[in-house]
Design a protein around this ligand. Structure first.
Ligand code: PMP
Length: 365
């Protein structure tokens, strides 16, 4: 029997209940060490074991090749918007594909450190489409191309990463995969660097994971804080300064949980099943609800939707809370509703949501 409501938060977001119970059981004493994880030195043998296991499992889950370093950092996605250009731009050209609020922010922040320019933008469509790679205006000699592979606010997701070499560019691809990491595999042959804030599919806020190809290291701008210089962080195994130890521990429990569930392929299968159930209803409900995103750009993780009559919004949210469906309010910049369907969301959560939505139409339609 379920004891907790279904939580549709975009992040920080719901975690697997099994992980929360494990963490609770180990809160006062991790594996007979006499210490809770928050109380351990990051350099002690207990925490080093937690850290190395987490990194190994993450590498296995995403099949990360050996030439990529995995860094456990702080600063979040917005921190990376500055840390990436400070490390990779060399003060030169940065191209950005704008597909929603997060990549637009990345463009603005990169502009503080480099000559940043939108190589394509879907803003004219209200952030509801994916600009075709063939139309991207890639500048010769760019230090990198940035894109956000899943736009958390607008619900736009790349189904495949672009092959920049095939587009005639030799720039490495930088991917903000914060809000769909671990829900699908990553084609590392097309990636130079990927980063993800942990607070959606991985664990608590405060941990940011960076995957960086070794040949991109070594070019930080002089103004880059030492603690955010990827080369320094990599050389110290993410222990140049104190890493977010508790976040790494919870992330490690999540990685083990995902492995037990069948890995990323199983997460992807479930993500497709969950999101299709909701999109099918959104496209076929007589016009009461609507998702505006083009079919080929729709996110499996974040599904914004709108009631045709926005005056029902408050009643919709209040009824949802009563039905055990939490945090469905859309981002303030777009309004309406948003259902975030991360790895920890069971299919039953979406089934319950769709039943609630149908019932709401019967009462208010
Ligand atoms: N990028 C994406 C895709 C996000 O979803 C978010 C947060 N929702 C951010 C960046 C910003 O992350 P943070 O708040 O951790 O800086």
């Amino acid at each position: 029997a379920r004891t907790r409501p279904f939580n549709f938060s975009a992040g920080p977001a719901m975690l697997p209940e099994e992980v929360l119970r494990e963490a609770a059981a180990e809160m006062l004493d991790w594996h007979g060490s006499g210490m809770g994880v928050m109380e351990m030195s990051h350099r002690g043998r207990e925490f080093i074991e937690i850290y190395e296991t987490a990194e190994r499992n993450l590498r296995a889950l995403l099949a990360v090749p050996p030439e990529f370093r995995i860094l456990f950092m702080q600063g979040g996605g917005l921190g990376e918007n500055a840390i990436v250009p400070m490390n990779l731009s060399r003060g030169g050209l940065v191209d950005v594909i704008v597909t929603g609020a997060w990549s637009k922010k990345s463009l603005g922040e990169a502009g503080r450190y480099a000559n940043a320019c939108a190589a394509a933008s879907n803003e004219a469509s209200g952030f509801t489409t994916l600009p075709a790679p063939a139309s991207w205006e890639l500048r010769e000699g760019a230090s990198y191309l940035h894109l956000c592979s899943n736009e958390t606010i607008h619900g736009v997701e790349f189904q495949t990463l672009p092959d920049l070499a095939a587009l005639g560019s030799s720039a490495p691809l930088v991917v903000d995969c914060s809000s769909h990491v671990l829900s699908r595999s990553i084609d590392w042959s097309r990636v130079g660097l990927a980063f993800a804030g942990a607070q959606k599919n991985i664990g608590p806020a405060g941990l940011t994971i960076v995957f960086v190809r070794e040949d991109l290291l070594g070019h930080a701008l002089p103004i880059c804080p030492t603690a955010f210089d990827y080369t320094v962080v990599a050389e110290h195994g993410s222990m140049f300064n104190t890493p977010p130890t508790y976040g790494i521990y919870i992330a490690g429990l999540v990685f083990q949980h995902v492995l037990r569930q069948g890995g990323v392929a199983e997460m992807e299968r479930r993500a497709i099943e969950r999101s299709q159930l909701l999109y099918r209803y959104l496209d076929d409900n007589g016009g009461f609800y609507r998702n505006p995103v083009a079919a080929d750009a729709r996110s499996r993780m974040n599904v914004p939707f709108f009631l045709a009559d926005a005056s029902h919004n408050e009643a919709f949210l209040a009824g949802a809370r009563e039905a055990g469906l939490l945090q469905l309010k859309g981002h303030k910049s777009v309004g309406g509703m948003r259902a975030s369907l991360y790895n920890a969301m069971p299919l039953a959560g979406v089934q319950t949501l769709v039943e609630y939505m149908k019932d709401f139409v019967r009462r208010h339609g």
